[in-house]
Design a protein around this ligand. Structure first.
Ligand code: BG6
Length: 518
């Protein structure tokens, strides 16, 4: 992560990709043990990401993968399956792999083996002990959350988590880290019974996104943003994570999870922390995570009156008819799960007191768009007779995270002509114009950082708990039927910008959301 932040900007578009001159080092020798190695995450994301690391020459010669699963497979069968998936990605021109170089794939696939075994069976761990020997190991838990604690307990019992002067042992955990504050605390306590915090790498895949990492680079490597980045100059902030997809095949998961748990304590809180944290004293993992922790603990616990929850009904997206959430597979016909939330958050510190952070996230919305829009305060006085102050173009800086990646600034300029009249204009920086992006699943940096022991982009226990702490009052209110009236479920047709109540949330403060197309 630190090398990526050491930017050396080129003179002209197109020269950026070759500019930094810093060669990342190869990771140390390591065996990566993937629990759930026969599953979807391994096939779709982990192996393509590791393949991309092979291409970037970032793995040690002796790197190897042991996939642990109880499915009926062997090493040859697994390699064949993985190879087929990689070829499909290439054929579909997926962003994760645009070309399959056979020599690269051979290099990787001959280092992959399969170990058949149950996650709760001590024999599995005995077998792993002989595979891991005395070397470095990363244990990647690509499994359902209910297996996290049992696997870590078994690893510890088999002595596999013990580190020495000459070997590291790390465990990677994917979200969900609990389903509320109490269960997140309990999970952290279970993990820490067996592991030191420095051995735990909690992945939030948003932190693998280049443009999310770029928020820190933008803020802290340029002189002109930071002086404006405070309550004196910023009116409010809007964070949007809008998707056009529905719940797809995950109805069962979503029924007990909903949009709030799925997106807010984790991804949205990470975006908010990157946007709002103070400058760390260095880009060391703990310096960055200490600052995140400070800002997250300054976020006011959510007032249940400041959250709107919605659920999509039938509608249209891009001319195609979409069914409502309650008609999706594995969803109850009277489901109360929310597929949309909008909320107003406040941060109690010197930099942000009085600046609302409005957040919205949901599925089957009008447009796929993840962005942070910083709305600056109006100029205090319009000098221009033809343009009264209330007609000045709002000054907005938008950090676009996906699908297009870049920064847009909106401000006023003089309209050509004999009278002094102002019109709104936009200045736009597109990532793709300046930097050539390698194929990426978003997991490359995260896996590489774990191998080299850089935890900057991973969530620490206190960050996770602070995120849950913010949303817990809404979870409590929703669980309590008597408190339902302040936050009833609002319906919105698929393809729209969410329920009208989300607009009302801002309108009561005299503000409105930036438009989602449609
Ligand atoms: C996942 C959620 O963590 O993030 C999904 O479980 C959501 O429901 C996804 O679709 C969004 O990620 P991205 O990278 O597509 O914005």
């Amino acid at each position: 992560m630190s090398a990526r932040l050491d930017l050396d900007l080129p003179d002209a578009p197109g020269e950026g990709d070759a500019a930094d001159g810093l060669l990342p080092r190869r990771s140390p020798a390591c065996t990566m043990v993937i629990f759930g190695g026969g599953g979807d995450l391994t096939r779709r994301l982990l192996v393509p990401a590791i393949y991309n690391l092979v291409g970037a020459e970032l793995l040690d010669e002796s790197f190897s993968i042991v996939a642990v699963d109880w499915s009926d497979l062997d090493s040859d069968g697994l390699r064949r399956q993985l190879g087929e998936t990689m070829r499909t990605f290439v054929a579909q021109r997926s962003a994760s792999a645009v070309m399959l170089q056979e020599d690269r794939w051979d290099w990787l696939s001959q280092r992959i083996s399969f170990l058949r075994g149950g996650f709760d069976d001590p024999m599995t761990y005995q077998a792993l002990s002989s595979v891991c020997g005395v070397g470095n190991c990363v244990f990647y838990l690509a499994v359902a959350a209910r297996f996290f604690a049992p696997i870590v307990g078994q690893l510890e019992a088999a002595g596999l988590t013990r580190e020495t002067e000459t070997r590291f042992r790390r465990v990677v955990v994917e979200k969900p880290f609990g389903s509320d504050l109490a269960s997140a605390r309990a999970l952290n306590a279970q993990l820490r019974n067996a592991l030191d915090e420095s051995q735990i790498y909690r992945i939030d895949h948003y932190l693998g996104k280049e443009t999310v990492q770029n928020i820190l680079a933008l803020r802290f490597s340029n002189g002109f943003f930071e002086p404006l980045w405070n309550r004196q100059n910023i009116d409010h902030v809007q964070i949007t994570a809008a998707e056009t997809v529905g719940v797809e095949t995950r109805g069962r998961f979503y029924e007990t999870t909903g949009a709030l748990r799925d997106m807010v304590p984790n991804h949205i809180m990470q975006l908010l922390a990157m946007m709002a944290m103070e400058a760390p004293s260095s880009f060391d993992a703990d310096a960055v995570r200490d600052e995140k922790s400070k800002v997250l603990s300054a976020v006011h616990r959510l007032d249940p009156g400041d959250i709107v929850r919605g659920q999509y009904s039938a509608g249209h997206i891009a001319g195609r008819a979409m069914s409502g959430y309650r008609e999706e597979a594995d969803v109850a016909p009277d489901s109360g799960a929310e597929t949309f939330v909008a909320m107003k958050l406040r941060i109690d510190n010197w930099r942000w007191a009085g600046v609302p952070f409005y957040v919205r996230t949901g599925k089957r919305l009008a447009q796929r768009k993840t962005e942070i829009a910083i709305h600056f305060k109006q100029a205090p006085y319009a000098l221009f007779r033809e343009t009264p102050v209330e007609k000045l173009t709002p000054n907005i800086m938008v950090l676009q995270i996906q699908p297009s990646e870049g920064v847009t600034m909106q401000f006023s300029a003089k309209v050509p002509g004999p009278t002094v009249k102002l019109g709104g204009v936009r200045m736009k920086f597109d990532y793709a114009d300046w930097f050539q992006e390698d194929p990426s699943t978003g997991y490359e940096t995260l896996i590489y950082d774990c191998l080299i022991g850089d935890a900057t982009l991973f969530q620490r226990a206190d960050n996770v708990e602070a995120g849950w702490g913010v949303v817990q009052p809404a979870l409590d209110a929703w669980a309590d039927d008597a408190a339902m009236p302040p936050c009833p479920l609002q319906f919105y047709p698929a393809g729209k910008a969410g329920p009208a109540a989300a607009d009302a949330l801002l309108a009561r403060d005299g503000r409105h959301w930036l438009r989602l197309n449609g």
